[in-house]
Design a protein around this ligand. Structure first.
Ligand code: PLP
Length: 233
C-alpha cells in the first residue's frame, strides 16, 4: 500500500510540473491537504514529512482533530482551513480555531465570523465561495453578487478578504474544467479592477488540479489523492 508520505510527494511533484508547464512562478501554488473523514494519525503522518496546512469540512470533527494534533505534535504550528458549508450557528468555533474560511457566501456569516474572531488573533483569511457552474443545489453566490459581498467583507475588522473559491460541477471534459476555472479567475480580475485587492484563487481538487493551476489557482485543495479513498462523504 502506498503511504501518505509517498502520495503527498507525488501530488507535490504533479503541482510543480503543472506550475512549470504553465510558466508560472515556482512556489505560486499552495497545497491544502484535505483531511476530512481521516483521523489524527493520518494528519500526523503528513506533518512528519513537513506538511503544515490542512482543510476540514465538518466543525466538530475538525475541532476534535485540532485538539488531537496539539497533543500529538505540540511543537508544530499547523494552519487549518475551513472548506465546508458553514451555518450561522457554527461560526463561533470556526472563528476561534481556523486561520482560513473558504466558504463565505453571505453577509450574515461574514459579520458573525468577524464579530466572533477573538481579540488578539490575526484576522481570519477569507475566500468567497462562488457558484461558477450555475447549479441550483450548490452553495456559493452567483458571480454577479460577488463584488458587493467583497465590498462588505473587506470592511470587516475580524476578516481579511483574500480571494475566491469554487467547486465546479464535476465533469471529465477537460475543456469544461478549464472554462469553469477561467470564469473564477476572470471574476477575480474584475473585483481587483474595481479596487479590491485579492491574491487567492482556491480551486482544483484531486481530479482537476492540473487545469486549475493552468488557469491560475493559488491554493489547490487535495484530499483523496493524498489520504486515499474516503469512506463517507
Ligand atoms: C472534499 C473536498 C476537497 C477534496 O476533494 P478530493 O477530490 O478528495 O481531492 C476539496 N474541496 C472541498 C470543498 C471538499 O469538500
Amino acid at each position: 500500500m502506498e503511504s501518505i508520505a509517498s502520495r503527498l510527494k507525488a501530488v507535490t511533484d504533479q503541482i510543480n510540473s503543472a506550475i512549470l508547464a504553465s510558466g508560472r512562478a515556482p512556489g505560486s501554488v499552495d497545497l491544502l491537504a484535505v483531511s476530512k473523514t481521516f483521523g489524527p494519525d493520518a494528519v500526523l503522518e503528513a506533518v512528519r514529512v513537513g506538511h503544515r496546512t490542512f482543510g476540514e469540512n465538518y466543525v466538530q470533527e475538525a475541532l476534535d482533530k485540532i485538539t488531537a494534533l496539539q497533543a500529538l505534535a505540540p511543537d508544530v504550528v499547523l494552519s487549518w482551513h475551513f472548506i465546508g458549508p458553514l451555518q450561522s450557528n457554527k461560526t463561533k468555533p470556526v472563528a476561534e480555531h481556523f486561520d482560513w474560511v473558504h466558504t463565505v457566501d453571505r453577509e450574515k456569516i461574514a459579520r458573525r465570523l468577524s464579530e466572533q474572531r477573538p481579540a488578539g488573533m490575526s484576522p481570519v483569511n477569507i475566500c468567497l465561495q462562488i457558484n461558477v457552474s450555475g447549479e441550483e443545489s450548490k452553495s456559493g453566490i452567483v458571480p454577479d453578487e460577488a463584488l458587493s459581498l467583497a465590498q462588505v467583507v473587506s470592511t470587516l475588522p475580524g476578516l481579511r478578504l483574500r480571494g475566491l473559491m469554487a467547486i465546479p460541477a464535476p465533469t471529465e471534459e477537460v475543456a469544461e474544467q478549464h472554462a469553469a476555472f477561467a470564469r473564477l479567475r476572470q471574476l477575480r480580475d474584475n473585483i481587483v479592477a474595481a479596487g479590491i485587492p485579492l491574491d487567492t484563487l482556491s480551486m482544483g481538487m484531486s481530479s482537476d488540479l492540473v487545469p486549475a493551476i493552468t488557469e491560475g489557482a493559488t491554493i489547490v485543495r487535495v484530499g483523496s489523492a493524498i489520504f486515499g479513498q474516503r469512506h463517507y462523504v
